[in-house]
Design a protein around this ligand. Structure first.
Ligand SMILES: [Zn+2]
Length: 580
């Protein structure tokens, strides 16, 4: 089969149609409230997508509420779309509840989906001719009601393989009804990119004057590739979701589609200057969906521009193009160096620069030795960049930590009525003064966290802003059973930054303490590379009871987010629970 020639005659502008709020929510494990949907929609609008599909108004009250609330808001660049099926056989369009639901949603665009594949017409026991009438009537009815109509041709590529002439008839019926765009859907996600391109080219040639769109699923791992191939073949609308969320294996990930179109194919999809917002949008949507971000996601993942091998890092220090396909800043990401036992000096020097930590004479060599020793004991610094920053900082002769542990004791017990309890006592030194505090908790780490906060609060009011976002425990050599080494990773946030620390040992409490102590030492330390901050606050100089300065808004840790205000509003109960 010959590949269709790229269609440059159709212009270079591609309309992005986001369906995170409808198709995206069909992913197992995602449930968005109408408020969540509005927050995501607002961010999509700020990114500059052309269309936002809000949901399926006939299917549930949450979607109906979304449309009611969204209709009252001003949208900068996006047009809202409601989604629903063609009319049922035997019902007049005006009597069909789904079509009426679409009109009641009040959106400027209605996206109506219908059957392209003879197999599905058979399943629904609708004759092939009747199916064509359903499509044409439904589109015409919505047009007559004053709506712009997009037609989603469900299973188009499977239908086209089974009966190309009939599949083409179905989209012709939609065009006769007045559809402004015909969107070819790889609903089962099994098409190869060249199949998507060939069928798209055929529809583009058959329907001059109609915008052809592409909607792909990732069941064969080809959703993004097929979407890009379809654009090359003449599609000018791309439907997808942020982070590729969607049923089964997901939809085409717009976080890869958009940079692919703009950076690799010279197409324009977003208003000028918006592409660098993509990384943050990806993280915000993951937070709202309450899913861990995929660190290895192309373009926007935390590891997408992370360099670990010593040879790579040395080359990168000479020329960043040596191991990067695009500049990370273009998509709102940053280049990072991963520090581990495989590291060389270059990794440490790059890390120190990245973290804004001055690496004093030979500090990187001493820190590297400590890292290798630590990793031999079960620590892992790759995901704990704040612990690496502290290792480097502690090499400086004038570094003074904000506090020093003298002793902690933890008691735990079980009560017949009250259940498990824990109490921690802590003695620390802050600026030459010994402070003693006691706290209770629902477990030993919780109690220890409470006692440390109490002890630090008088000197460091900023401690109140530090929040433990996640607590993960991993047993390393599980064959050793209860004598096994435990590694604890803690993620912390203070509204402006997010950072990770690590601890390890055969005692889970000692490992937790090490990660916890690093978390507070880093959180109360100087802001990134700011010598003034190091002098006035942190670095062992307590705030003397006065409120500490507002923490710097710049991102200290890569992968962090400056979405502080917004993320803080997420209900604490919605977060991944930290079973401490
Ligand atoms: Zn879909």
């Amino acid at each position: 089969m010959s590949e269709p020639a790229p269609r440059s005659d159709l212009g270079t502008s591609v309309l992005i149609y986001d369906t995170t709020l409808r198709d995206g929510t069909q992913r197992e494990g995602i449930s968005l409230s109408s408020g969540d949907k509005l927050r995501i929609a607002r961010r999509l609008d700020e990114l500059g997508v052309a269309f936002i599909e809000g949901g399926f108004p006939g299917s549930n009250p949450k979607d109906a509420e979304f449309f009611a609330r969204a209709g009252d808001l001003e949208w900068q660049s996006a047009t809202l779309c409601a989604f629903g099926p063609t009319r049922r056989a035997g019902l007049a369009p005006e009597d069909d509840p789904s079509l009426r639901g679409l009109i009641e949603a009040g959106t400027p665009v209605c996206t109506v989906f219908g059957k392209s594949w003879t197999l599905h017409a058979e399943i629904l026991r609708v004759s092939l001719d009747e199916n064509l009438r359903l499509i044409e009537d439904s589109v015409a009815f919505l047009r007559a009601a004053g709506r712009r109509v997009f037609y989603d041709a469900e299973h188009f590529f499977d239908g086209h393989r089974a009966d190309p002439a009939y599949a083409l008839e179905t989209v012709r019926a939609a065009a006769r009804g007045g559809a402004e765009a015909i969107v070819l859907c790889d609903t089962n996600g099994g098409s190869m990119p060249w199949q998507a391109a060939e069928a798209t080219a055929e529809v583009v040639a058959a329907l001059p004057g109609v915008v052809v769109g592409i909607h792909t699923h990732d069941d064969a791992g080809c959703a993004v590739a097929s979407a890009l191939a379809a654009v090359r073949a003449g599609a000018r609308q791309v439907q997808g979701t942020i982070n590729g969320y969607g049923e089964r294996c997901g939809n085409a990930d717009l976080c890869a589609v958009i940079p692919g179109l703009e950076l690799k194919m010279g197409m324009s999809c977003l208003p000028a200057g918006r592409l660098p917002r993509l990384g943050e949008l990806s993280r915000v949507v993951a937070e709202i969906a309450n899913l861990a971000p995929d660190d290895h996601q192309p373009y926007v993942g935390k590891s997408a521009f992370a360099h670990k091998g010593g040879v790579h890092v040395s080359a990168m220090r000479r020329n960043p193009d040596s191991y990067q396909h695009v500049a990370p800043e273009v998509v709102g990401n940053t280049s990072r160096v991963v520090v581990s036992e495989l590291s060389g000096r270059a990794n440490l020097l790059s890390k120190a620069e990245e973290l804004g930590v001055a690496a004093a004479d030979g500090a990187e060599v001493r820190a590297l030795r400590l890292i290798k020793e630590g990793e031999a004991r079960g620590l892992s610094y790759e995901a704990a960049e704040a612990s690496v920053a502290l290792l480097l900082r502690r090499q400086a002769g004038d570094y003074r930590p904000p506090f020093r542990l003298i002793e902690y004791r933890v008691m735990t017990g079980q009560h017949e009525r009250l259940g498990a309890w824990a109490e921690a006592t802590i003695k620390i030194e802050v600026a030459g003064e010994v402070i003693h505090a006691v706290a209770e908790g629902n477990g030993p780490v919780h109690a220890l966290d409470g006692a440390l906060r109490k002890a630090l609060a008088p000197a460091y009011p900023a401690v109140a802003r530090i929040r433990l976002a996640d607590y993960r425990v991993r047993i390393l050599d599980s064959q050793s059973a209860t004598a096994a080494t435990t590694r604890v990773l803690i993620d912390s946030a203070d509204g402006a930054r997010r950072w990770s620390t690590v601890g390890a040992g055969t005692d889970i409490l000692a490992a937790s303490w090490a990660a916890l102590a690093d978390s507070f030492e880093f959180g109360l330390g100087p802001a990134r590379g700011d010598p003034a901050a190091a002098g006035s606050r942190g670095a062992g100089e307590p705030a003397g009871g006065e409120p500490a300065d507002e923490p710097a808004r710049d991102r200290e840790m890569p992968g962090g987010t400056d979405e502080a205000g917004e993320l803080e509003t997420i209900d604490a109960s919605q977060r991944r629970s930290a079973s401490r």
